[in-house]
Write a new protein. Structure first.
Length: 210
């Protein structure tokens, strides 16, 4: 099958920033009286707002802050920490090789547009994407397939012509449910898909018909 388009998740896939998001969530949870063990209290891939919905249920949080306010504080904390994050090894070389081969490229992230655009600017990678889709644009975020279906439409590609790089189980389920082949970056989670430690391990001839 000839692949016309390659779609990337952002946080945890292109950007190695889960430590920064983990700390951001922990700091704001502490603000509302919750101390959590472990580095990653959140569920990857579903977005900040959805994580706060889960935290409030799971920890029975009683706070004067609304979910929107808690999400805003978390994103503010994350952006302060974001300069410590790094691009995943090999990403720039890999996406440049895709562009050289004439493939369309897109970003599909559960994050909101404001934070996404700041991150793309900070790491100077927005120029590599033909299309950017953020969580603000869909009714149901990952693991629902809506974000990937919308991104394929923007690319004027059929889902079976797209491959996806993800790091989270929610993101993998989202892309698979949209009818796309998915590759995983990083070694977290249990879903059985082809996994690469970073983009230096990915060979174009193994994933697309050149």
């Amino acid at each position: 099958m000839n692949i016309t388009s390659v779609i990337f998740d952002l946080n945890g896939t292109i950007l190695s920033d889960e430590d920064e998001y983990g700390l951001a969530f922990k700091n704001i949870l502490k603000k509302v009286g919750i101390d959590v063990a472990g580095d990653y209290p959140h569920e990857r891939g579903i977005g900040v707002y959805a994580n706060w919905e889960k935290f409030i249920r799971n920890y029975d949080i009683r706070s004067d802050y609304s979910i929107s306010e808690l999400s805003f504080l978390t994103q503010k904390e994350y952006l302060a920490l974001a300069p410590q994050a790094t691009l995943t090894r090999g990403f720039v070389d890999f996406i440049q090789s895709l562009k050289h081969k004439g493939r369309k490229t897109a970003l599909a992230t559960s994050n909101n547009k404001v934070v996404t655009m700041q991150v793309l600017q900070r790491f100077d990678i927005g120029k590599y994407f033909d299309v950017v889709t953020t969580g603000d644009e869909v009714k149901d975020n990952k693991p629902d397939p809506e974000i990937y279906i919308l991104t394929a439409k923007k690319l004027t590609s059929e889902p079976h012509e797209c491959i996806v790089f993800e790091d989270s189980e929610a993101g993998i389920v989202s892309a698979q449910s949209a009818g796309m082949r998915v590759f995983k970056i990083g070694n977290t989670g249990t879903i059985d898909v082809t996994t690469f430690a970073d983009f230096t391990q990915v060979k174009l001839e193994d994933i697309i018909v050149l």
